[in-house]
Design a protein around this ligand. Structure first.
Ligand SMILES: [Zn+2]
Length: 218
């Protein structure tokens, strides 16, 4: 099955395309009346710390805001499938997604070559609503933090990086495109340092518009 990968090199990463949204019939969930919401089902090999997850969700939500789409986060595990959503995607987080308080072996060196950070599956030319995120590679972004960074700062940086990688894959899945932009978060290559950094990242206006329009047309 072809797939598009998000890669990371010493200083640069590629984000990969995703898929078309899987449609689901039903009314929008209660409480989400102003913006259409897509259900994001998360599946972790190893669950990150609560702070990392909270930062990841907030960052991805903020990045998608300009598209007019809200995110409704859910866990695959234990889900009864009783709730309906206008659209849904599944994001599988592979590897060790928990950030320890201090650098662990392998985290203190930035990657020397391009690495895959995430990818979205494509089947028969159609982007599928299924992405995988590589936690072990994203954790390498922590090598750019100051050596005296606190456990909270490490969790926050990891959460920011995860949120941005997830947002990139959502761009592919929701806009149903395998193409990349020249600038912004829809670009194929990003700096690993930037992904975990405090400077704001954003989609270009045209990419946000593409996400919203493709989703609403479903
Ligand atoms: Zn991409």
């Amino acid at each position: 099955m072809p797939r598009f990968a998000l890669l990371a090199a010493g200083a640069s990463i590629f984000l990969c395309p995703a898929t078309p949204l899987l449609r689901a019939a039903g009314n929008p969930p209660s409480g989400e009346l102003t913006r259409p919401a897509v259900a994001v089902f998360m599946d972790f090999d190893s669950k990150p710390g609560d702070n990392s997850v909270a930062v990841m969700k907030r960052e991805a939500e903020d990045l998608l805001k300009a598209s007019g789409i809200a995110l409704d986060w859910k866990m695959v595990t234990g889900n009864q499938g009783k709730e309906s959503s206008r659209g849904l995607v599944v994001v599988k987080f592979r590897g060790r997604c928990r950030v320890e308080g201090w650098p662990q072996p392998g985290e203190d060196e930035p990657p020397e070559r391009t690495q895959t950070l995430g990818f979205t599956r494509v089947l028969d030319g159609h982007v599928m609503p299924f992405s995988e995120i590589e936690c072990d590679q994203i954790r390498k972004s922590l090598s750019y933090l100051a050596s005296d960074s606190t456990p909270m700062e490490r969790q926050r940086a990891f959460g920011l990086a995860m949120g941005r990688v997830v947002a990139h894959e959502l761009y592919h899945m929701l806009a149903r495109t395998t193409s990349h932009a020249e600038e912004g978060l829809a670009k194929a290559t990003q700096s690993l340092r930037d992904l975990a950094g405090n400077s704001a990242m954003a989609f270009r206006e045209t990419d946000s518009r593409a996400i919203g329009q493709a989703f609403i047309k479903q």
